[in-house]
Design a protein around this ligand. Structure first.
Ligand SMILES: C[S@@+](CC[C@H](N)C(=O)[O-])C[C@H]1O[C@@H](n2cnc3c(N)ncnc32)[C@H](O)[C@@H]1O
Length: 398
């Protein structure tokens, strides 16, 4: 059976099912128009039930049979994000309007991060205005300040970044940094350049003031992240997700393990505590460098950060050389070529962490040629949105 869902219909199905849930008064005054939250006006329990029902159907119609599928709720559905990206455009600071990509809702508050974190980001944007730093116009591609990015840890320490077009004056940016560093909890401030027409909130580091990185405590480890590096985006559920992935992988001290799409090592460092050696494969140099740093900081010596494309890494591995593989790809999933290499290598167990159930279903269908899915569950890393994180555990059959 082939799943009938597309990205659009899956999103619509989650929305439609959630909207049958019990209505509640949204906490945020912007909730009805802001694209940051899709259904703050429905009870959180009903949001999780809706996601569980739709994902259960997605996997079943995709031919992925599991006895049970549950979604673990976020312990707190508010102020959960470890990263927020606020747009600065045409005198407004906020997030995209629901369904209107080019219109930014001016936010006076945001309940996805703690009030102090939002206040710090907004204060930086306001100060930029006072300093004569022009906002960027996302329609005409003119202006300078594009985004204020907030990275935040469980202790509410903050690493802020201003993403700008090219140019700019170092002295003025230093004044902006002074304001940023004066905000509660701010440990560092980055200036990142994105001079492309692509509207992304990442950029080439130009300079930073204060700390360059933010310490994220995860499980038994401390992982330092930078302004552009990935980190699991729910401060309350990240420990559980990583802990469950490592427990499902269950390495032993004789095993060589691959942690594919490894980021700054959040999963791989935990695996290394229990395995013989872990290859942490990460394409982005900033993340791979921090993974190396994190290994040193945590006293882990059997951990190899490899800055490479996952496919190229796998193509270089002999068949049978990796008994255990953990993979945590971006939304695009593994894809047919990586799945083909995984089938060739033939690990006994694969633990597949996904932020896109749709691509995960396609990949699992390919991997089922030699694997059976023994466990599958969801994690509501993004309350009030249609997104769900999942972990699938695959055992080689035969
Ligand atoms: C969803 S994140 C997972 C990171 C990490 N496992 C964690 O839990 O923090 C995906 C990571 O894969 C990296 N990545 C994306 N495409 C890649 C590729 N083709 N090969 C290797 N790494 C890739 C991204 O830079 C990102 O750090």
């Amino acid at each position: 059976m082939v799943t009938t869902f597309t990205a659009k219909t899956l999103r619509k199905a989650v929305m439609a099912r959630t909207l049958t849930g019990q209505m509640v008064v949204p906490r945020c005054p912007h909730a009805r128009e802001c694209g940051g939250c899709a259904f703050q006006d429905r009870s959180y329990t009903d949001q999780v039930t809706a996601k569980t029902d739709v994902l259960r159907e997605l996997y079943a119609t995709g031919g992925i049979a599991v006895d049970e599928f549950i979604v673990i709720p976020s312990p707190n559905p508010f102020a959960y994000r470890t990263r927020m990206d606020y747009v600065a455009t045409k005198g407004r600071f906020g997030l995209r309007a629901r369904g209107k990509f080019n219109y930014i809702i001016e936010l006076t508050t945001c309940h996805l991060i703690p009030p102090t974190a939002f206040a710090a980001a907004r204060a930086v944007w306001q100060r930029a205005g006072e300093l004569g730093i022009a906002d960027y116009d996302i329609r005409t591609h003119t202006g300078f300040l594009r985004y204020i990015v907030v990275r935040r840890n469980a202790m509410d320490e903050l690493l802020l970044a201003a993403v700008t077009a090219a140019g700019g004056d170092e002295e003025t940016m230093t004044e902006l940094a002074t304001t940023a560093l004066a905000q509660a909890g701010v440990v560092g401030f980055h200036w990142l350049i994105n001079d492309t027409l692509t509207d992304v909130s990442f950029g080439e580091p130009r300079r930073h003031w204060g700390a360059a990185t933010l310490a994220m405590r995860i499980g038994e480890m401390t992982c330092f992240i930078g302004p552009n590096t990935f980190f699991q985006n729910n401060v309350y559920l990240a420990d559980r997700l990583i802990g469950d992935a490592v427990a499902a992988a269950n390495p032993n001290p004789t095993m060589r393990v691959a942690d594919l799409y490894g980021g700054v090592g959040a999963i791989g460092l935990h695996l290394a505590r229990r395995a013989a050696v872990v290859d942490c494969v990460e394409a982005v140099a900033e993340s791979a460098t921090l993974a190396q740093h994190n290994a040193v900081v945590n006293g882990i010596t059997n951990f190899n950060p490899i800055c490479a494309d996952t496919l190229a890494y796998l193509q270089a591995q002999p068949s049978g050389s990796l008994p255990l593989i953990v993979a945590d790809p971006p939304r695009t999933g593994l894809g047919p070529q990586v799945c083909k290499e995984l089938l060739r290598i033939g690990a006994q167990r694969i633990v597949y962490v996904s932020c896109n159930p749709l691509t995960q279903v396609s990949d699992l269908r390919l991997l089922q040629a030699a694997y059976r899915v023994t466990d599958l569950r969801g994690y509501d890393m993004f309350p009030h949105t249609p997104h769900v994180e999942t972990i699938a555990v695959l055992e080689r059959s035969g």
